[in-house]
Every structure is written in C-alpha cells, then in structure tokens.
Write a protein that binds this ligand. Structure first.
Ligand SMILES: Cc1cc2nc3c(=O)[nH]c(=O)nc-3n(C[C@H](O)[C@H](O)[C@H](O)COP(=O)(O)OP(=O)(O)OC[C@H]3O[C@@H](n4cnc5c(N)ncnc54)[C@H](O)[C@@H]3O)c2cc1C
Length: 440
C-alpha cells in the first residue's frame, strides 16, 4: 500500500445531487436563522417552514459535507444511556420522557423520508448489536429487558442466530432492535435540503456565521459577504462548533471516526453477509460498525483515528477489522476511505440549550445522530415556535463547559489508546482459548 491513502467517501459518489445554493452576499431578514445544514439544522428549518415561518439556513461548507453526509448511515433508536439508568439519572418523569422522545427518532426519520419522497436507499430491517463476549451478552440481555418493559420490539439472538443474520462467526450472541434501519446518509441530508427549499426556506452555503450579536430586538449574524437579522437563532453545528459560542464548543469533545468501504462483493459471497439488510455495531469498547450499501459493498467504521489524514497504520487497522469479522472477504479490494468528527459529551447525552432569549442550540449525539439529530431539529423548531419546556418532552439544560476542555483531546486520545489495548488483549485471550491444544 502506498504511504498516502486517497480520501473519498463512498456516499459522495453514490448520492443524488443536492440543491444548488449560493453564498450569502447581502443582508437579509428572517423570522428564524439556523446555523448549520446537517440533520439538526435542516430538520429544524424544515419543521419551521412547514409551520409557515420564514427561515434562513447558513452553512459554512456544502450541505452534508460534515458529519451528516459522511456517517455510517445506521439509524439507531434511543441514546447511549440505557433507559433505566437515564430515569435513575434524571428522575422518572424527565428521564422517562427523554427515553420516549429519543426512541421515536427512527419513526421520524422514515416518516420524513416517505412524506418528502427522499431517495436515500432507506431500509428498516433493524439494527444488530453483536456481542463480543459472554459478559457483553449479559449486558445486552439487561438492555433488552428494559426495553421490553417499555414495549419496544427487540429480540435477543443466540450465537447461531447472530451468525445467520450477520454472516460473521466472531460473535457469541446479540440483540436485534427492529426499530432501526439504514439510509444513504448524504442522500438523506440532501433530501432534507430539497424538501426545505420546496417548503419555502432559504439555504446559503459557503456562508459561515462569523459573529453573532444581539442588536435591539433581533440577533445579527455576520458572514464574510453578508448577514442575517432574525429575532430567533438556532445553532446546529454539533462537532464542528467553533468560536461562535465558546461555552457551547466546550460542552463536547470532537472525536474522529473513520470508515472504509470494499469493492462490490460478488453475489454468492454477498449473500453470506448481513443477508436481511440490517446494520450492526458490535460491543467492543472501540466498537466496529458495519453494513452493506445498496451496491453490495461492506462499509465498516471505528472510532479514534486522530491524525489529520489517516495513516497507513490506521487504514490497515480497519482492513484487519473487516478480515477479522468476515474472513471470507480476505481477497476483496478496498475502494473508499473517509472520516469525520463525532461530538462526545461528558454524560453521553445530547443537549438542548437556551443560550439567551431567542438563541437555541442542540448538539452532542455521541455517534447516534441520524435519528436523534433529526428529532432534535424538530424539538428546536417546536421550542422556537413557543412550545413550553414542559410540553417539549426533552430537558432544556444549562450550558456546562467542561473544565480543562483544552486538555480533553489529549484525554480522549489516551482513553482511546487504552481501550484499544483492552480490546486487543481480549481478542488475544479469545484466540488463545479457542486454539486446539497441540498434541505430540
Ligand atoms: C464517521 C462518522 C460516522 C457516524 N456514524 C453514525 C451512524 O452510523 N449512525 C448515527 O446515528 N450517527 C452516526 N454518526 C453521527 C452523526 O453523523 C451526527 O451525530 C449527525 O450527523 C450530527 O448532525 P448535525 O446536523 O448536528 O451536525 P453536522 O452534520 O456536523 O452539521 C453541522 C454543520 O454546521 C456547519 N457549521 C459549523 N460551524 C458553522 C458556522 N460558524 N457557520 C455556518 N455553518 C457552520 C458545519 O459545516 C456542518 O455542516 C457518525 C458520525 C461520523 C463523523
């Protein structure tokens, strides 16, 4: 392999085009200005436009150029924290409503796709968590029991069932959550943008919000060549939150996640891999998430490649992960390599903040943003429309910047190296214990 790797996302090659948008070159007025054109910002803007609000979206790059256009496309219900723990943490009422709202994220995604005719290879075959150890399986059983009490359609899988559904011999059981599914992530975010324009919204790309100030009764946003004045502003910049609001930026740590995609797998072999079309995220500390795309390529990602451009070492780490999970793919070529930033929060929860009167923000999806960011967009829109905090079904929390945030990148890097070692040792132990003893 050469020392440099061509970085290109599979999704950018297979998605239908997004709308043609121009750069903002004048000063405009709107009822609501949204900063960021990912799932959060576009879902917020779409719900506002559907409620007949005059809305403008400002995007620093192109639509879906950041996390919403480069992710794994796995539509995952709920948040990282299990329902009972969430209710213990936030109390039964607030915690219970957060659990219920987050659980409805996939319904909202697939409903928007159907209602707006978004072509994004959407399938709702479920999401699998394959277990990498017997201990992980007991945790999955506890998770299943918590969701069953809340009426969710989950199945615990035996070793044989997880082998049948994933086609990988590496797992000892698992959990199938039938609420989940997959999308072509860039096609989905571009579809939201088309829907917003049809609903009367405006989007300006290559128009970063540089400064935000309260002038009289309205917020004034400055971009390099223009500006927007609006009584209400929604910040939807997630892991890419910059200096626009320093305290907000310090509520999360952006952690890189990197993916590879194989060449299309030939049909007889392809039918051995995830034959029913589910997506999977396993239970290693540094989890591996994988799925097939519509063209029959395996797409696999992991957390924690910190170099600005991936090194040969990190790319080979991903190739090894593919071969370990699917030994039958050892001769398949790899065609695409790409990555992006995931916003991790201290409590592993997404947050909706009211930073000042008329200034809202929603961020911090911890790697589960397709469903949750779409839902957050709707929550932000509802709050901007005047829905009370009590009616919202999601807590509005104060901004709590992390102490020593400047060091958090180093901390995250050290934690990832540590977890990689823990996983590596566990894999080694498993290999040793499953080897047939040598007999002379
Ligand atoms: C590699 C990877 C894999 C992932 N896999 C999955 C998965 O399989 N399933 C899942 O549910 N989630 C996954 N995620 C997480 C998910 O992609 C995110 O949580 C989600 O896309 C967040 O959406 P968003 O709209 O809040 O942020 P983004 O999509 O990041 O959008 C924020 C936007 O704000 C813009 N912006 C920033 N600053 C400014 C400014 N000053 N002015 C104007 N615009 C600005 C940025 O350019 C960007 O377009 C993954 C993330 C990554 C990176």
């Amino acid at each position: 392999m050469s020392a440099t790797v061509l970085l290109q996302s599979l999704w950018s090659v297979t998605a239908p085009p997004g709308p043609e948008c121009s750069t903002l070159s004048a000063t405009q007025r709107a009822q609501v200005a949204v900063i960021g054109a990912g799932y959060t910002g576009l879902s917020a803007a779409l719900h506002l436009a559907e409620a007949r609000r005059d809305v403008v979206v400002l995007e620093a790059a192109e639509i879906g150029e950041r996390a919403s256009g480069v992710n794994g496309g796995q539509v995952i219900p709920g948040v990282k924290v299990d329902p009972d723990n969430l209710e213990a943490l936030l109390g039964p009422y607030v915690g219970g409503r957060l659990v219920a709202t987050a659980a409805l994220g996939p319904d909202l995604v697939f409903e928007l796709i159907a209602r707006h005719g978004i072509e994004c290879d959407a399938t709702r075959a479920g999401w699998i968590q394959p277990a990498t150890s017997e201990f992980a399986l007991t945790l999955l059983a506890r998770r299943a029991e918590q969701w069953w009490r809340r009426g969710a359609p989950l199945d615990l899988l035996s070793r044989r069932e997880v082998l049948q559904l994933t086609g990988s011999p590496r797992y000892c059981g698992g959990l199938l959550d039938r609420r989940g599914g997959t999308v072509q992530p860039l096609a989905y975010v571009r579809g939201l943008a088309h829907a917003l324009l049809r609903a009367g919204g405006r989007i300006y790309t290559r128009s970063p919000a540089l400064r935000l100030a309260r002038l009289g009764g309205a917020w004034s946003i400055e971009t390099p060549e223009g500006g927007v004045s609006a009584p209400q502003v929604i910040i939807a910049t997630d892991a890419y939150t910059g200096v626009l609001n320093e305290n907000l930026r310090r509520t999360m740590v952006p952690v890189p996640s990197f993916q590879v995609a194989t060449a299309p797998i030939p049909p007889p072999l392809r039918s051995t891999i995830l034959p029913d079309g589910q997506a999977a995220s396993d239970t290693w500390h540094l989890l591996r998430y994988f799925r097939l795309d519509a063209g029959g390529r395996l797409v696999l990602g992991t957390r924690g490649t910190f170099a600005a451009a991936p090194t040969v070492h990190s790319v080979q780490y991903h190739y090894r992960a593919v071969h370990e999970i699917y030994p039958q793919l050892k001769d398949i070529a790899f065609e695409y390599h790409w990555g992006g930033l995931v916003a991790m929060t201290r409590d592993h929860l997404p947050h909706l903040h009211e930073l000042a009167p008329g200034l809202l923000a929603g961020l911090g999806y911890n790697g589960r943003g397709i469903a949750m960011a779409t839902m957050m967009g709707r929550l932000l829109a509802r709050r901007a429309l005047g829905v009370s905090v009590v009616e919202l079904g999601f807590p509005v929390t104060p901004v709590q910047p992390m102490p020593f945030h400047g060091l958090s990148g180093i901390g995250a890097r050290a934690a990832i190296q540590y977890l990689r070692c823990v996983d590596g040792l566990a894999r080694l132990r498993r290999r040793v214990s499953t080897q047939v003893p040598f007999r002379a």
